[in-house]
Design a protein. Structure first.
Lengths: 380, 380
C-alpha cells in the first residue's frame, strides 16, 4: 500500500469535505446564488486578512497576484526595493525588470531575515523609491521577515509596503490593519487548505492612492477593474466557480476551528518538529527567525538533503521539499501550515529518521519522534 | 423541487465523473505522477486543437489567455486589427489599448460576420499591421466568423492571425494546422466541459517568430517562460492540480465519444433548437453565419428578451443568457456546446415556450418542442 502524504510547502492537503463541496454541479457565475457566494467569500477574506480593506480575488497562482502588485502600483522606470533573501525575493526583481522598473536589490544572506534599519536607510537615501517588496515568509529558506517592523519603517515614508504572504497568511498572526500593511498577497493552496488556482490581494488606502498614478499596462490583473466589479460581488471575468464553492466551505471550517487556534496549532506542530530535529542533532537553516509555517532543516554532514527528499517520496509516498539553488542538497523543508495533523507531522519525522538511518547518519532511532510526542503530549 | 440546468454559453455543465475525478486528494505539482499527467494533458490538447504546435495552459480565465496573445506578440505602438462585431471583439481593442498598441478597428454590424476581403484591404493598405485579432465564435451575437478564409488572407502577409476560440473549440471543427491558424485561444468552461480556471493557447511558427521581437512587458503570461517549462511537462508556476485531474478525465471522455461525433451532436442540437425557434415564428440574430455552438434568438415584437431569461431562471432554475449592450432586451442566447443532451435542449425549448406564452406572445404551444423532436428523431 502507498498512502500519499503532502508535507511540502504547497499544495497542502485539502479537507475531504471541501473536495466534495467543490464536486457539486456547476452554477452560473452571474446567478444570484453565485453573487451571494461571492459576497460571503469577500467577507471571509476580510476576516482571514484581518482587514477592512477590499481583498481582491484573481483566478491565477500567487505569482499572478504578485505581478498585479507591480503592474498596478508602478510606472516605467520607477524604483522599488526588492528584499532578496531567497527564491521568492528574487522573483520580485524579475517581475520589476520584466515591467521596465528599476529594482533596488536589498540582498540578505539566505537563512537570515532583513534588518528594518537597512530598508529605512535605503528609503532615506532615495525618497523617489515608490515601494518595498518583501515576503512575510520566504518559503525557500523558512525565514519569517519582520513585517510589523517594516511597516513601521515605510509608514514614515511615501513608499508602499507590499507583502507576499502566500505561504504565511493563516499560518500565523498577520493582522493587516493593526500592522498597517498596505498590500498583502496570498494564495489558495497553502494555509488556506484549497487547491491552487486563486490569488488574493488586500489593498489599503496608501496603495490605492499610488495606484492612481500607475502607468504600467494591465488588463486581466487590473485592480481598478476588479475593485469596480468585486465590490458588487462579481468578477470582471469568469470566476473559477468551483474554487469559490471550496472557499465558502473553508471559511466555515475556519470559523469552526477559530483563527487563533489555527495559529496556535500550526505553532505547536512547528515546535514539535523543531524539537524532533534538535533531538536528532540537526540544525535549522534559519538560526534567528525561523517561521512556524514551515521548517527548513540542514542535512547532517555527509548526507545529501536531496537524497532524504527522494527517499521519502519514493519509498513512502511522502512529499517534503528540498532546497533550491544555493541551498540545494543542503536543506530539506517540511510544512506545518494547512490541513496537516500532529500525526501527519509525526509520520514525517518518523520517515525522516528512517531515511537518515538508511543514508548512513548515526543517531538514536526514535529520538525525534519521542521529542515531538513530548511536545504534543504536554500541550493537551 | 428545483433542478438547476445550465444552458448559458459557459460555464457549461461538468460531467459527474469529472467532478469526482477532481475531488481526489491533491497531489504535488512537482511529483512524477503530476509530470505524467501534464504530459498527457499536452497530448490531449494537441489532439483537441488538431495541431502539432505546442498548446500552453495558463491558470486564468480565457481573457488572461487573450491578453497573453497581445503581450507576447506586440511592442508598444504596434498596429493590430481588432475585428469588432460584438462584446468579445471589443475586448481586443481594450486589451490593445491597455498595452499601448494601436488598434485598427474593423467594425462589423452585430449579428454579421466579418468579410475577409475587408481584412485583406486593411492589410494591403498598411503592411505595418502586425496581427489580426478575431473571434471564431462571437459569443455575444452567436456569429461564427470565417476563420479558414481569414487564415488564407493573413497567410499572404506578415500579419499573424489570432483566433479567440474560447466558446468554439470542440463545438465544431477547427483544424488548427490544416487551416494554418497562427494562434488559437480557448478555455476550460465551454465545450471542454470543465469548470472555469484554465486558458489555452496554441502557438504556430509564424507567431513564435513575431514573439521574438515583442517588447511588451509579461511575466505570469510569458509564452517564452511557459514554453521552456511546459515542453518539459511542468508549469513555470504552481499548476491548478485539480483542473488538470479534470482535464485528464475529459480527454478520456472525448476519446470515448470521438471528436467528430461531438461536432455532429453539437450540430444536431443546434439544428433542432433552430428548427424549434422557426416553428415558434422566431428569427435568429445572425442571419448569415449562425454558429452551431450557441444560438442567439430575437425576442418577438412586444416581448423583452431579458424577461424571457429572467422567467427561465426564476421560475425553472434554467440559465440561458440575454443580450449585451446594443442587443440587450432584443435577444436571448442558448448554448449547445459541452455536456448538454438532446433532452436538456428540449427542456430549454419547452421552458422558452412557457415563458413566451406567459409573457403574452401568441403561438401554438408545443410547436417548438415538436419541431426539435422531429429533428432528433430523424437523426437516429
Amino acid at each position: 500500500m502507498k498512502k500519499v502524504s503532502l508535507l511540502a510547502p504547497g499544495p497542502t492537503p485539502v479537507p475531504s469535505r471541501t473536495l466534495l463541496a467543490m464536486a457539486q454541479p456547476l452554477i452560473h457565475h452571474r446567478s444570484a446564488d453565485f453573487l451571494e457566494i461571492f459576497g460571503k467569500v469577500r467577507q471571509g477574506l476580510k476576516k482571514v486578512f484581518q482587514t477592512e480593506n477590499e481583498v481582491l480575488t484573481f483566478c491565477s497562482s500567487g505569482t499572478g497576484a504578485m505581478e498585479s502588485s507591480v503592474a498596478n502600483l508602478l510606472s516605467p522606470g520607477d524604483k522599488a526595493i526588492a528584499i532578496r533573501g531567497g527564491k521568492f525575493g528574487e522573483r520580485w526583481t524579475e517581475i520589476l525588470k520584466a515591467y521596465g522598473c528599476q529594482p533596488v536589490n536589498l540582498d540578505v544572506p539566505w537563512g537570515q531575515a532583513v534588518k528594518p534599519a537597512d530598508v529605512a536607510k535605503l528609503l532615506a537615501d532615495d525618497p523617489s523609491i515608490k515601494a518595498v517588496y518583501v515576503q512575510a515568509l520566504e518559503t525557500s529558506t523558512g525565514v519569517a521577515h519582520p513585517i510589523e517592523e517594516l511597516a513601521k519603517v515605510t509608514a514614515k515614508t511615501d513608499a508602499v509596503l507590499v507583502v507576499d504572504a502566500v505561504s504565511a497568511l493563516l499560518a500565523y498572526d498577520i493582522p493587516v490593519d493593526k500592522w498597517g500593511l498596505d498590500v498583502v498577497i496570498s494564495g489558495s493552496q497553502k494555509a488556506m487548505m484549497l487547491p491552487p488556482g486563486l490569488g488574493f490581494v488586500s489593498i489599503g488606502p496608501k496603495a490605492l492612492k499610488l495606484m492612481e498614478s500607475s502607468k504600467l499596462p494591465k488588463f486581466y490583473f487590473s485592480w481598478a477593474k476588479e475593485l469596480k466589479n468585486q465590490t458588487q460581488n462579481k468578477g470582471a471575468f469568469t470566476s473559477p466557480v468551483t474554487l469559490f464553492m471550496g472557499l465558502l466551505d473553508i471559511f466555515d471550517y475556519i470559523d469552526e476551528l477559530g483563527m487563533q487556534n489555527i495559529f496556535a496549532e500550526t505553532g505547536l506542530k512547528s515546535k514539535a518538529f523543531k524539537a524532533a530535529m534538535a533531538a536528532l542533532g540537526l540544525t535549522l537553516y534559519s538560526k534567528e527567525c525561523p517561521s512556524q509555517a514551515l521548517t527548513a532543516v540542514e542535512a547532517p554532514a555527509g548526507v545529501d538533503a536531496q537524497a532524504v527528499v527522494k527517499w521519502l517520496k519514493e519509498k513512502y509516498g511522502i512529499f517534503i521539499a528540498g532546497g533550491q539553488d544555493q541551498a540545494k542538497g543542503k536543506i530539506f523543508r517540511v510544512a506545518h501550515m494547512g490541513h496537516i495533523s500532529e500525526f501527519d507531522t509525526l509520520q514525517g519525522i518518523s520517515a525522516i529518521e528512517m531515511a537518515l538511518a538508511g543514508l548512513g547518519y548515526k543517531f538514536e532511532m526514535g529520538a525525534g519522534v519521542a521529542a515531538a510526542q513530548k511536545v504534543f503530549g504536554e500541550a493537551i
